[in-house]
Design a protein around this ligand. Structure first.
Ligand code: FMN
Length: 173
C-alpha cells in the first residue's frame, strides 16, 4: 500500500538543501492539508500561510533566537518552505485541527520524496512579536498554532522499521 509506505517513510528531517520545492509538490501538500479532518467541518477557522520569503523567515529565526537566548537557533533547519497553520485561539481543539493538517502534509511530503518536520518551538516567540505577526497578513482573530517545514532532505529518506513497542498499548478484549 503506497499510503503505508509514505507513513513509514515520514520522519523528522532537520537538514535541508537550499533548493526550493516545486509548485506542484507545494500544491499537493496544501491539498493534503485541505483533506484533513477539522472539528465540526469548520475549515473557515483554519488558515494556512506559505512562508518562502527568506528575509521574513530570517526575521522569525532571529526573533526565536532572541527569545530563547540561543543565537545559533535555526528553528526551520534551513528548509526553504514553512507552512504555518493558524487558527482562532481559545479552544483546545485548534491544536488538534492543526495537528491533523500537519500530519497530512508530512505524509504527502514523504510521498513526494520530500523531508518535513513538525514545528512548534518558535510559535510562542512569533506570537509575542506584534510587528512580525502583522507581516503574516493573517485574517482578523487568527494566530499561528503550529507549522511544518518542508524541503529536500540532505540525506536520502528511507522507509523505517517501526516497532509496536514504541508506545504503551493496552488491549481490553
Ligand atoms: C506537536 C509537535 C511539536 C513538535 N515541535 C517540534 C519543533 O518545534 N522542532 C522540532 O525540531 N521538532 C518538533 N517536533 C518533532 C518531534 O520531535 C518528532 O516528531 C519526534 O521526535 C519523533 O520523531 P519522528 O518525527 O522522526 O518520528 C514536534 C512534533 C510534534 C508532534
Amino acid at each position: 500500500m503506497e499510503t503505508l509506505k509514505a507513513i513509514f517513510t515520514r520522519q523528522s528531517v532537520r537538514s535541508y538543501a537550499a533548493e526550493q520545492i516545486s509548485r506542484e509538490d507545494l500544491e499537493m501538500i496544501l491539498k493534503a492539508a485541505c483533506a484533513a479532518p477539522v472539528a465540526n467541518g469548520k475549515f473557515e477557522e483554519v488558515h494556512l500561510t506559505v512562508l518562502q520569503d527568506q528575509k521574513l523567515m530570517d526575521r522569525i529565526t532571529a526573533c526565536a533566537a532572541k527569545t530563547t537566548g540561543n543565537p545559533d537557533l535555526k528553528p526551520f533547519y534551513g528548509a526553504p518552505t514553512v507552512i504555518l497553520v493558524s487558527c482562532i485561539p481559545g479552544k483546545n481543539l485548534v491544536y488538534a485541527n492543526a495537528a491533523c493538517m500537519i500530519e497530512n502534509m508530512a505524509i504527502a511530503a514523504a510521498d513526494r520524496g520530500l523531508g518535513s518536520v513538525y514545528l512548534w518551538g518558535f510559535i510562542d516567540s512569533l506570537c509575542k512579536d506584534t510587528e512580525l505577526l502583522k507581516e503574516l497578513k493573517l485574517p482578523e482573530g487568527f494566530a499561528p498554532i503550529s507549522a511544518i517545514a518542508v524541503g529536500h532532505s540532505t540525506s536520502p529518506l528511507a522507509e523505517r522499521e517501526v516497532s509496536l513497542k514504541k508506545v504503551g498499548i493496552t488491549y481490553l478484549r
